[in-house]
Design a binder for this molecule. Structure first.
Ligand code: BGC
Length: 544
């Protein structure tokens, strides 16, 4: 057994310079499903202002808003038609300014999603680009001639089903779309485009935004020679749902290219010079294909794709952390694209135990951590009936792939109110019946609720410096126990989650006998021993 006290490497320094993101807890708001204030059935920016007290009480340091820009909403706002204005569904620029000022007033930083890999086909840039082959924006998107037989330039596929190419009858060329045909892919290799994107970032920094999440960064670059992707031949190929042919290819050429790091880094650095931090999203595939440190100097958004099982999760976390020498990792367990983790990672008979274990894990991880709205209530993936599916992924590829609506259903605030307080109108996606008894109002006053656990855990993260800035070292305590230490060189915290279905008890070693910071479930510390019943966890503070 490795003794926790054996950890020797120095901790990272407390919030170097202006890097407020180190150790931050970020609350991810999926605006469309958060709080409606107009009766439209869709959440809005004023609704976020109304619910800031919930986010503050949770103990978050920042809010991350999903896209609220002008959009035909073919992909829930990830199809942007104007990057510098608010969609009327969500409010106005004045509402945005009011939100930034209320958030800052409440001590919260503001992060927004910048979708720079594609736009809506209704974006003025695409309208201009598609007019002819000579216009000033002719090369801002990825255009290509057909093969001699008239078929698309190569075999690339859209994530949402079908070929990644559509024919434009005016330009008489194909254009690339990694997602929907109404989401043409931008050509990030074009320096004029990059300047225009930076102007957008500048616009939002001037309005007070503190950080940008660069969405789908892997789709920024494509092979200049448009080579065909080979079929997948690795052992994972068979595990993917055949219902989406996209996963049958090895995505060597349609995303993440070797030469893209330098322009990406230059772009991220230019954003930093503007005064904002950057989180890059969805670079998981790139990391699987490469070795060594994460090549970009900015925060990396990672959703560990391991089961909540001691060995697998421990290895996954350690591997990602070891590749991040500057510690700028940003972990999430759930988001608007992935089944909620109380269901996805479920280990125990009830999702509640999983939700609690996951909360303790997330709150104690190194780097920044992201809480996706509703996970603090222990919400499980909602069962959205086939005839109510709204997600284009589910609509185009269903019924085998139901899409992502199950993690996007409205927040449940108060079950005494219509639609649990989300809207007085007809919600764009129904409130999940199974979520009714998890409403925030109930849990807020309930000792031992999942919401109370999140509040306690995030308060602990604020209180114990090692949890924010400390090093991360996995420790081997007992089979089925996911354990690690966090140390800032002065104090050390031991985190132990009993993920097995057996009770365990072990010696802590002298240095950890200082006392229990937080135990949950049937866990106890005494005489240098920690006892953890199945499903319980402990976060212990001690000196080194
Ligand atoms: C967003 C998805 C969206 C996709 C394409 C992603 O990264 O997170 O929700 O469907 O971009 O727009």
């Amino acid at each position: 057994m490795t003794q926790p006290g054996a950890v020797s490497s120095p901790g990272r320094a407390e919030k170097e310079g202006p890097d407020w993101m180190t150790g931050a807890a970020i609350y991810h708001v999926y605006v469309r499903s958060f709080q409606d204030t107009t009766g439209s059935g869709e959440g809005d920016l004023r609704g976020v202002i109304e619910r800031l007290p919930h986010i503050v009480a949770l103990g978050a340091d920042a809010i991350w808003l999903s896209p609220f820009f002008v959009s035909p909403m073919a992909d829930s706002g990830y199809d942007i038609a104007d990057h510098c204005d608010v969609d009327p569904h969500y409010g106005t620029l004045n509402d945005f300014d009011a939100l930034v000022s209320a958030a800052h007033g409440a001590g919260l930083k503001v992060i927004i999603d910048l979708v720079f890999s594609h736009t809506s086909d209704r974006h003025p840039w695409f309208r201009e680009s598609s007019q002819d082959r000579e216009n000033p924006k002719a090369d801002w998107y990825v255009w290509a001639d057909p093969k001699p037989d008239g078929t698309p330039p190569n075999n690339w596929l859209s994530v949402f089903g079908g070929p990644a190419w559509s024919w434009d009858r005016v330009r008489e060329q194909y254009y690339l779309h990694d997602f929907l045909p109404s989401q043409p892919s931008l050509d990030f290799a074009n320096p004029e485009l990059r300047r225009a994107l930076l102007d957008i970032a500048s616009f939002w920094v001037a309005r007070g935004v503190d950080c940008f999440r660069l969405d789908t960064m892997n789709s920024y670059f494509h092979d200049a020679d448009l080579r065909d992707n080979p079929p997948r031949d690795d052992e994972e190929a068979g595990r993917r749902p055949a219902a989406n042919p996209f996963h049958q290819q090895l995505h060597l050429y349609d995303r993440a290219q070797r030469g893209d790091i330098a322009p990406l880094q230059a772009f991220v650095s230019a954003i930093e010079i503007l005064g904002a931090a950057t989180i890059v999203g969805e670079i998981g595939n790139r990391l699987k294909r490469t070795e060594g440190p994460i090549p970009l100097r900015c925060h990396t958004y990672l959703l560990p794709d391991a089961p909540l099982e001691a060995e697998a999760m421990g290895e996954t976390l350690a591997a990602a952390w070891n590749r991040s020498p500057d510690g700028r990792v940003c972990w999430a367990l759930s988001n608007h694209d992935t089944p909620r983790h109380a269901s996805r990672l479920r280990t125990a008979a009830d999702g509640r135990a999983t939700a609690l274990q996951a909360a303790a894990l997330l709150a104690c991880l190194p780097g920044a951590v992201v809480v996706y709205q509703g996970e603090e209530l222990g919400l499980e993936e909602a069962d959205v009936p086939g005839d109510q599916v709204r997600d284009p992924l589910g609509l185009r590829l269903g019924p085998a792939i139901r899409g992502r609506d199950g993690c996007r259903t409205p927040m449940v605030w108060d079950d005494a109110l219509p639609n649990c307080g989300f809207t007085t109108g007809e919600p764009w996606l129904s409130v999940a019946e199974a979520h009714r008894n998890r409403c925030a109002a109930r849990q807020a006053s309930e000792r031992g609720s999942i919401l109370s656990a999140y509040r306690e855990l995030l308060a602990l993260r604020k209180r114990l410096a090692p949890l924010r800035i400390g090093d991360f070292h996995p420790v081997d305590l007992a089979e089925g126990v996911l354990a690690f230490t966090r140390s800032d060189g002065i104090e050390m915290v031991l985190v132990a989650l009993n993920l097995s279905d057996l009770d365990v008890s072990f010696d802590l070693g002298g240095s950890m006998s200082a006392g229990a910071a937080l135990v949950h479930g049937e866990a106890s510390v005494g005489e240098g021993r920690l006892t953890l019943a199945a499903g319980s966890y402990a976060v212990l503070a001690g000196s080194r």
